[in-house]
Structures are given as C-alpha cells and as structure tokens.
Design a protein around this ligand. Structure first.
Ligand code: HEC
Length: 255
C-alpha cells in the first residue's frame, strides 16, 4: 500500500463541514455526498477520525472474484474486507491509504477459531462502517439476515480449487453452526480442500451481497429490510432459537 502521510496531517475544516453535512456539494469537479457517500479520489482529503470515509460503486462480480482469491491468502475476514477496501483505496484513496486489511485477519474462524460471527460478516461490518458509518450498521444487519436464510455458497469460481456437492442454509451467522451444518451434510473434515473452498465461496457471496447493498446506498436507495434483532426478540439473538432451547424458548422479561 502507499504511504501518503500528507493528507492525514491536514485537517480541512471546510471539507469536513461538507462531508459531515447533509445533501450534496460540488467541490471542483467532484461531487461529495454525505448521504450517498461519494467522494472522488482527487478530493479525498478526509482524515481518519472523520468516518465514514465514503464509498464509490464497485462491481459485485469483480469483488466476489477478489474475495475468493483472497480467502486462500488470509481466510474469510480478510477475504471480504480486502476485496472491498483494496478497491476503495485505489478509487478513493485518502484515509483508505492507511487501512491495511491485514489488520483484520483475526476474524478468521469466527474470531481466531472461536466459531462466533462468521469472519466474512466481520469483514463486511468493518467495511460497511468505514464506507457508510451508522447506515453501515443497517447494511450489515441485512447482510447477516440474508446470510442465515440463503442457500450458500452460490458463487461458482472460474477455476475452482476444490469441488463439492452441497450447499446449506445456516439459519445462523455463527461460524461454528454455519460450517458445522455444512460439514455434516458434505461429510468432510475442517481441513479438507472441500471445506476450505466452501468457505472461500461463501466469502465471495458475502462480498458480492455487501457491495450490492453498498451500491444501493450510494444511489440513495438503501432501506433496511430486516428488523433489529433485539427490538424483535427482547434479547440480542440469532434466529434459530429452538436449535439451542428446544421447545422451551424462554420469554424475554419485556421488549
Ligand atoms: C446459540 C444458542 C442459542 C440461540 C440460537 C438462542 N439462545 Fe437464548 N439462550 C441461550 C443460552 C445458553 C441461554 C442462557 C440460559 C439458558 O441456558 O437457558 C439463553 C438465554 C435466553 C434468554 C434469557 C433467559 C431467561 O430465562 O430470561 C432468553 C429470553 C432467550 N435466550 C431467548 C431466545 C430467543 C427468543 C431466541 C431466538 C430468537 C434465542 N434465545 C436463541 C442459547 C441460545
């Protein structure tokens, strides 16, 4: 990555007002829109503390291809975050020049192998936050809901590194459950080439879907579809209540 520090040391007060304000302002040839999050590379003098840093529309298919290849470098969380951040660094630059996706490798295996949030979703959350700020949380909410209810993987690599038979609906964003259900169906081990390729393809799918929603956001057309989990259930939760509680799902103490 490039190491341009000049842009970082400069706090452009007038630009800050433009970026944090609402609506659109034309600066030189560039259109800056806080709502749509569009910033041209030439004018990207926002500093790291001024998040969100902006977003420009990306090609979902190209992003999916990058994520698939990235998985084999540093696994799932890096796969998704780098697929998007590397392109934003190229197209927008500014503070993105100083955000190496290598810092997010830890999300692999649901946070260094603890099987919690699927690393692809951690990667998506890192990106949506830098790209879209608070609205990024809504985008992530919908990406997580989609992940749990969709038959994955969908992505078909041009040159697959392994071939396998099954797809599955995880009904959960947890790495352990998503991978575990698939491993049971496919009958393979964690270290098998098939499992690795399944996760690489899921990374491609999550990158594709995240960019699709971010592109809607850039067009000012993104509306969150899934309700907030805690508002809906009265407790922070995944949707597969009965897989853990059996028929005896406890009632929350109040919503
Ligand atoms: C990954 C497993 C898992 C899932 C999925 C899950 N729970 Fe739980 N939940 C637990 C565990 C473990 C506890 C701790 C209490 C216990 O052992 O019953 C708990 C506690 C709770 C409590 C607080 C206990 C109480 O008596 O007040 C509520 C309410 C609850 N869950 C509701 C739900 C609902 C509703 C869903 C689905 C939307 C859900 N849970 C999904 C594992 C899970």
């Amino acid at each position: 990555m490039r190491t341009e520090t000049s842009k970082l040391s400069k706090v452009d007060v007038s630009r800050r007002n433009l970026i944090t304000g609402t609506g659109k302002a034309v600066v030189g040839a560039a259109i800056i829109s806080a709502g749509g999050g569009l910033i041209s590379k030439a004018d990207a003098t926002v500093t790291p503390e001024q998040t969100p840093w902006g977003y420009t529309k990306l090609d979902p298919k190209k992003t999916a291809d990058l994520a698939y290849e990235n998985w084999y470098k540093n696994y799932c969380c890096y796969a998704v975050s780098a697929a998007i951040l590397d392109q934003l660094r190229e197209k927008i630059g500014g503070p993105y020049d100083h955000l190496p996706a290598e810092a997010f490798i830890w999300g692999h295996g649901g946070a260094v192998g603890w099987g919690t949030l699927c690393g692809t979703l951690t990667g998506a959350g890192i990106v949506t936050s830098f790209a879209a700020g608070k609205k990024g949380e809504e985008i992530l909410n919908d990406v997580i809901a989609w992940y749990g209810e969709t038959e994955l993987p969908i992505y078909k690599p041009a040159k697959p590194k392994a071939v396998f038979k099954h797809t599955n609906v995880s009904d959960s964003p947890l790495c352990h459950i998503s991978v575990g259900k698939w491993m049971k169906k496919e009958g393979v081990a964690l270290k098998s080439p098939e499992r690795k390729d399944r996760c690489a393809r899921v990374a491609a799918d999550v990158a594709f879907h995240t960019v699709t929603l971010l592109n809607k956001f850039a067009d000012g057309e993104f509306e969150m579809e899934s309700d907030s989990q805690s508002a809906e259930y009265g407790i922070t939760a995944q949707n597969n209540c009965m897989e853990c509680h059996g028929n005896d799902v406890p009632e929350p103490k109040g919503i």
